[in-house]
Design a binder for this molecule. Structure first.
Ligand code: PLP
Length: 411
């Protein structure tokens, strides 16, 4: 054992604790998509899941997952050896149909999809332009690729274009990539896809968009960012987006990731993407859950999306009326900026005492001084649950504000 290493790691952990930044795991058991129980049997109302349509507990999804267990509880190998079930291929077909693309490929998580796509495609001498607030899995994908990475200011297409022009001056044989979240996971805002498409076309860039929080969440049928802008502008941008990445773990109630786009990209990834090649395929029951959730989404999209939007609007309105600093937006990711980390932790603890779980998001997930509660609303929250939660949040905020002022006055 290396004593020096042990001391160093322990010191780092101590520093994290000291700054209220250490992470711990709280075990939960979900009774339904909005209610969960802890080990002591305490029940909580949860406003923090990615289970946007509440499909994790839909009887059809559960039944499909049980039935698929008849084909074995594990997939037995990588897709390229023995792990390729009929279900995965069917799901890929359904995803590419849903997204109106040629083909799709399933990865084991959304995280692995980003890694597997970005570092398979972007090579030495290539350049990746990446939004400043992209998800960690995109950042990690760009880091392990051999390409040069240029981070542009959040949603700032002027900055992006300037960075591209700067790079083009050196005029090498290189491929350019633009990578962005569709819906940004921490702020819940939406990427400026029409402008990104324009730039990608002008400079011949491969445009990759990660719709993890957009699939099943935005667009009138839940098809994601491309559909959202089609509803808004009437223009169908699908053929200008090279690859759309997504996850099965959020609105699709299961786990796994996917990428969808032209067939040659998918063929290339099957041959070259290490996270795809060297990992065991997902189990039949995991795939069956996702497939059934997607089927339900296709059949009921209007109703699901309507419920989700109504709930989102109601929660945003109540919190705004209560005087909280809510980051403006349209998605069910509702960040409430608190600022100091300790105050944010306290807020989340107080809510827990009232039986409500909302995640406190702290650095390094968000910049220093921007700690926040990240509240997510789902389609199956009831109006009563939303009203109760908004009221409780406002009550606690007023109490904490008052206490904080008193502390400052006494200083
Ligand atoms: C959640 C998320 C992922 C990771 O998906 P998993 O399936 O949970 O690994 C990737 N990208 C974005 C934008 C996400 O929000």
């Amino acid at each position: 054992m290396n004593q020096n290493l042990e001391n160093k790691l322990k010191e780092e952990l101590y520093e994290l604790k000291n700054h209220n930044l250490n992470r711990t795991i709280d075990d939960l058991r979900f009774i339904n998509p909005t209610k969960a129980m802890n080990k002591d049997g305490m029940e909580y109302l949860v406003f923090g899941t990615n289970n946007y349509l509440g499909l994790t507990h839909h009887p059809d999804v559960i039944e499909a997952s049980k039935e698929a267990n008849d084909y074995g509880t594990g997939s037995t190998g990588s897709r390229l050896t023995t792990g390729a079930s009929f279900g995965i291929r069917e799901l890929e077909k359904n995803i590419s149909e849903f997204k109106s693309t040629e083909s799709a490929l399933i990865f084991n998580t959304g995280y692995m999809a980003n890694l597997g796509v970005i570092y398979a495609l972007a090579k030495e001498n290539d350049i990746i332009f990446s939004d400043q607030l992209n998800h960690a899995s995109i950042i990690d994908g760009t880091k392990i690729s051999k390409a040069k990475v240029k981070v542009y200011k959040h949603k700032d297409t002027v900055d992006l274009e300037n960075l591209i022009l700067d790079e083009l001056k050196s005029n090498k044989e290189l491929n350019l990539f633009i990578v962005t979240d569709g819906v940004f996971s921490m702020d819940g805002d939406i990427a400026p896809l029409p402008e990104l498409v324009e730039i990608a076309n002008k400079y011949d860039c491969c445009l990759i968009i990660d719709d993890a929080h957009a699939t099943g969440v935005i667009g009138k049928n839940g098809k994601g960012t491309v559909e959202y802008f089609k509803d808004k502008t009437g223009k169908d941008l699908s053929k200008y987006v090279d690859l759309q990445i997504g996850t099965l773990s959020k609105a699709l109630a299961s786990e796994g990731g996917f990428v969808t786009g032209k067939q040659f990209y998918i063929d290339y990834l099957i041959n070259k993407s290490r996270p795809f090649i060297f990992s065991t395929a997902l189990s039949p029951s995991t795939i069956a859950s996702a497939n059934t959730a997607l089927k339900l989404l296709k059949e009921n999209s209007k109703r699901y999306l309507n419920d989700l939007n109504e709930n989102t609007k109601l929660m945003r309105k109540l919190l705004n009326n209560g005087g909280l600093t809510v980051v403006d937006g349209e998605t069910p990711i509702i960040p409430i900026i608190i600022g100091p980390t300790d105050l944010t932790n306290k807020f989340s603890k107080e809510l827990e005492k009232e039986g409500i779980l909302v995640s406190a998001i702290r650095p390094p997930s968000v910049p220093k001084g921007e700690s926040r509660l990240r509240l997510t609303v789902i389609a199956t929250h009831t109006k009563k649950e939303i009203e109760f939660t908004a009221k409780t949040i406002i009550k606690i905020w007023n109490k904490l504000k008052k206490e904080n002022m008193e502390i400052k006055l006494n200083e």
